[in-house]
Write a protein that binds this ligand. Structure first.
Ligand code: COA
Length: 392
């Protein structure tokens, strides 16, 4: 089967984007991605759009973009996997090329969440848990779900609210260096601790925000990479996908996500990774809430179970530490436009591996491998993808 490479990547500014409509926001990331790949819309064989869309005006985004960017009549698809929607879109692009059905696929992630008021958005996100058992009868929404994870974790391992806060401090530190981030302000633990509680023990700064934004990558087959003479590229070495139960009461534990462990195991096996800390140069993990990043460290094997909060406490996931994580600001500070997040992670993997990240947030690239971990729901879906400079 052919190798699949990312040959172009683009990113819009994340945040409150009342200045643009949906096609304009998409074009902000599509244009630079096409330019990097030195391609035009007519060169795309197939395109896939990651978009939840339930809170915004246009639901037929592939068709809107076919019209706006002159992509018609090429084939397209809109995909959804809750907060892992962007990675599901990458999956469709990756497997379409792997199967030989296309040579060039554009993967676009877009969300314009702020077209609806926050309480409606929070309610709609809540429906990506388990509507019948948890939302309708008990009113659980996502801050509440992750508060359950956080309180279970704190009780089991003795982590403190300040440890969670350290994740927010790190991600804001790097978000401040990312021109595309929603929050570009450094904070300290005292700021996190002073924030209002959203769902105990999670406070305002433990949460990712509600965001508008888009991200885009162009994928190409090995044959096309050669034909086009593309020099700047990163390969998708592997992708693991896991699915969890919708209803939390059907899960064995609350301090780890089984779907993430499963996806990681698959991705590591396919990419030949036995020791992620030694073999990766860094990672983007799904920090929708600070506790989620700590659980990700453990689910991905960056440390032993129960020790993730110590990595946070000791600052081991800054550049220069054990393994750099979310050095683009993560969902916490860069923002979390749901359909775009997984694609944004791919853009970051591309930039980091090609040493093109902004000043102050470029990791050392020694192994030429970067990981992305994108969770939908509370572990309903997890995608773990390994990107590399060298094809396997
Ligand atoms: N981190 C830091 N600051 C935040 C923030 C966040 N996550 N969210 C909002 N703010 C700031 C705003 O910039 C604003 O600041 P200002 O007054 O200086 O302008 C202030 O807090 C109030 O913003 P607002 O948009 O009114 O917040 P809100 O109270 O309606 O919503 C949350 C805050 C945390 C409840 C909401 O962002 C949320 O639900 N986040 C989680 C989203 C989610 O579940 N995503 C899916 C995850 S899987």
């Amino acid at each position: 089967m052919t190798g699949v490479a990312v040959i172009g990547a683009g990113h819009s500014v994340f945040g409150t984007r009342r200045d643009v409509n949906i096609p304009e926001l998409c074009w902000e990331s599509m244009k630079p991605a096409l330019e990097k790949a030195n391609l035009e819309p007519k060169d795309i064989d197939f395109f896939v759009v990651g978009n939840l869309g339930i809170w915004s005006s246009e639901l037929a985004v592939p068709s809107i973009m076919a019209e706006y960017a002159d992509l018609a009549p090429k084939g397209s698809m809109r995909v959804e996997a809750a907060c892992a929607t962007g990675s599901a879109a990458v999956r469709v692009g990756y497997t379409t090329i792997k199967s030989g059905l296309a040579d060039i696929v554009m993967v676009l992630g877009i969300e314009k969440m702020q077209e609806s008021p926050n309480p409606s958005v929070i309610e709609l996100i809540g429906r990506f848990g388990s509507y019948f058992w948890e939302f309708e009868n008990f009113g659980l929404t996502f801050p509440g779900y992750y508060a359950l994870h956080a309180s279970a974790y704190m009780m089991k391992y003795g982590a403190k609210e300040e440890d969670l806060g350290k994740i927010a401090v790190k991600n804001h530190f790097y978000g401040a260096k990312n021109p595309f981030a929603q929050f570009r302000k450094e904070i300290d633990v005292a700021t996190v601790m002073k924030g209002p509680y959203v769902a105990w023990p999670l406070k305002l700064f433990d949460c990712s925000p509600i965001t508008d934004g888009s991200a885009c990558i162009i994928l190409a087959s090995e044959k096309k990479v050669k034909e086009l003479g593309i020099e700047e590229k990163v390969w998708i070495l592997s992708q693991g996908v896991g699915t969890g139960t919708a209803n939390l009461s059907k899960r064995e534990e609350f301090t780890s996500l089984a779907s993430a462990r499963y996806a990681a195991e698959q991705a590591y096996k396919l990419a030949g990774i036995e020791d992620p800390v030694k073999q990766l140069d860094g990672a983007n993990v799904h920090d929708c809430f600070t506790i989620a990043e700590i659980m990700a460290y453990e689910d991905l094997g960056f440390c032993k179970r129960g020790e993730g909060y110590k990595l946070a406490r000791e600052g081991q996931t800054y550049i220069g530490g054990r393994i750099p994580v979310n050095v683009d600001g993560g969902l916490k500070a860069k923002g979390h436009p749901i359909g775009a997040t997984g694609v944004s992670m791919a853009v970051e993997a591309y930039k980091q591996l090609l040493s093109k990240a902004d000043k102050g947030r470029q990791a050392d690239i020694k192994n030429g491998r970067w990981l992305t971990h994108n969770v939908g729901g509370t572990g309903h879906y997890t995608y773990v993808t390994i990107y590399g400079l060298e094809k396997r």
